[in-house]
Design a protein around this ligand. Structure first.
Ligand code: FES
Length: 178
């Protein structure tokens, strides 16, 4: 018996297969807990409810700027020409997104919005472009994250911002505005 196998027996080591299974389980548990905590953080944060516009004032394809949840965080509100994930209004086409690129903080000017294909971008730094019909999912460029989407609710003609999906660039925790 080699010295290594003696040590292995004396400390009750598991075999390689069991080790890999246990190790994999531990990683899965950690990953699950980590994702759960992060997801819970993002979902359960208590955000301010803030009126940001009137449904009757929106023109299809024309973005309107607003700040939320804090006064220094700029976003756009826009009525797309098609239904969108998270969209409100008659056609579920009214959405709102942050204008700071989640890759490295490039400014996504509202003038880069292209109504004919419902995308925002390209970002001036590394050309990331985001699909506003699919929760800000990247369609080209360097960003590994989607563009943070502002959660909207409708109250009659009023449009309210009520939360954020995703993490704003430069923050390790979104401000809540409350
Ligand atoms: S900062 Fe926008 S793509 Fe890099």
């Amino acid at each position: 018996m080699t010295e290594q196998s003696k040590i292995s027996k004396s400390i009750g080591c598991v075999d390689r297969r069991s080790f890999l299974i246990l190790g994999g389980s531990a990683v899965t548990v950690l990953a699950t807990f980590g994702q759960g905590a992060d997801a819970q953080e993002l979902v359960s944060s208590s955000y301010a409810h803030k009126p940001i516009g009137k449904m009757s004032a929106l023109k299809p394809g024309v973005p309107v700027s607003f700040t939320y949840p804090n006064d220094d965080i700029e976003n756009i509100l826009v009525m797309l020409n098609e239904p969108a994930g998270g969209g409100i209004g008659e056609n579920r086409s009214v959405v709102a997104f942050n204008t700071i690129c989640p890759h490295m903080g490039g400014y996504l000017d509202a003038s880069t919005f292209r109504p004919e294909i419902s995308v925002l971008g390209p970002c001036p730094l590394h050309l990331s472009t985001f699909d506003l019909t699919k929760h800000g999912m990247i369609v080209s460029g360097h960003s590994a994250a989607s563009l943070p989407q502002i959660v909207l609710e409708q109250d009659g003609d009023d449009i309210l911002a009520t939360g954020v999906m995703g993490l704003f660039y430069g923050y390790n925790r979104n401000p809540s505005g409350v």
